[in-house]
Design a protein around this ligand. Structure first.
Ligand code: AMP
Length: 122
């Protein structure tokens, strides 16, 4: 069953311009901005403009154009940050086990230092 989207989540409010963000880039389908609590020298969030709770929701319901638009934006953001070399990591938390805090799909882009192991041991 589809998850219910909360239109008052913080990223929906950023998309509506109700609260500010440090914008990196914007396209028809995506918005990228700096994470408020960066975990690496570069920590940018890339979000779809459409109302999608998480990757599960997005991959099931988004149009091809929205999916392409989001992932093109992720690549562009990373290149724009000078991270294509030496490298970067993308991450998207989906749901409770992943500790997703904001219920609007977002892709984290981390770069600017050695990023360590992929995941902590359980
Ligand atoms: P997640 O745990 O994957 O849901 O990550 C949510 C991320 O959103 C965290 O890294 C927060 O620091 C970030 N965040 C929360 N509120 C804001 C905001 N107003 N502007 C930018 N980043 C935010």
């Amino acid at each position: 069953m589809a998850k219910t989207y909360d239109p008052n989540n913080v990223f929906a409010r950023i998309l509506r311009g109700e609260i500010p963000c440090k914008k990196v880039m914007e396209t028809e389908h995506a918005l990228a901005f700096h994470d408020i609590n960066p975990q690496a020298p570069t920590h940018i969030l890339v979000i779809p403009k459409g109302a999608y709770v998480d990757m599960d929701d997005f991959s099931a319901r988004a149009t091809e154009a929205e999916i392409a638009g989001l992932f093109r934006a992720v690549g562009e953001v990373a290149r724009g940050a000078g991270a294509a070399e030496p490298g970067y990591r993308i991450l998207s938390n989906c749901g409770e086990d992943a500790n997703q805090e904001v219920p609007h799909l977002h892709i984290h882009v981390f770069a600017g230092r050695r990023l360590g192991p992929m995941i902590t041991k359980g």
